[in-house]
Design a protein around this ligand. Sequence first.
Ligand code: SF4
Length: 375
Amino acid sequence: MSNNDELIVDALETGVVKDYNRLIQEFGIEPLSDVIDAIPESKQHIFMKRGVMFGHTDLKQVIECINNSTSFAVMTGIKPSGQYHVGSLTTASEVVYFQQLGGRVSFCIADIESYVSSGLSFDKAAEIAIDNIADLFALGLDPNPDNTFIYSQSEEKLVQKYGHIFSSHVTLNTLKSIYGEKLRVGYYNAALIQVADILLPQIRWGSMPTVTPIGADQAPHARLTRDIARKEVFQEEFKFKLPSFTYHTMLQGIDGSEKMSKSVPMSVFSMDEDIKDIHKKINNALTGGRDTAAEQREKGANPEVCRVFDLFKFMFESDDKRLTLRMNQCKSGELLCGPCKKDLKQNIEEFQQNHLEKKSQMIELSTELIRNMKN
Ligand code: SF4
């Protein structure tokens, strides 16, 4: 059993990954490079080519569905806590990608988890969810209910029912070894509800491959879900295909902090934020630049540790050739941090204008959807 100091990641609270290599070994994450060639290059997500999506569990069965146009599901969700921030765009982009390749989306509003971890009321969670779902529609999630089933944990009886049923097939020691020692049982309950969320597409729609794109910090949920899905009793009842997962690295705090966190405002920005405030955060970002312009021109800089470069790589540069050019010019000293930040601010501004315009057209639909869920 792990004590909390030994945990590689605390999936239920901090979400900080202490050691990626140990995480990969301990949770049996396979390198994405093992399967990527099975996806035609024209269909590969830019995160696959850029190493942002670095690993997978059992993705082959989903790739077969993509290549043979057979049914598969995409499971995802949001934990309502506030405005949709730039770090969340990574998962959204992957979900939209798998949906466009034929996946039917099951989308969970994790309001029970928000209640447990942040004490957020269900009404407040619903209000935040309206805004977040409008962001997701603006990012390309298909609002057609045939293609995207959206529900909240507090209203969906099946996830509550199976969360309870699954809990009677897991020991407290197993939960402690995966998630560490938690003082409140609610954390473990929320984890079991999440297992039900991930298996819900197969409970509702029948046995089929399911992919859940997650940040590396969520790997413990993948393990618990697969352990439960493979139990004989559930195999007999549902014939679950063991759920597949893709894993992406996490955007770290713009200001140099380990993690993007709303409690550290300079580490993160949301798409709704005043552009002047976003500019200030980019100006303050941690870079891999040198102390002086002269030194940087002579020795070059280091994009590997630069949070400005990360933002280009994750979200704000869609063209691979331009990204490589920026990396090379940074390393050679041809590009200085001032002009590089200016480019980023311009790209974010364009993205934001386009996004907010689309989002404004989606608020009404999102409001109606969440209100109907409560009726
Ligand atoms: S030139 Fe750009 S990518 Fe390179 S260290 Fe400076 S800000 Fe980062």
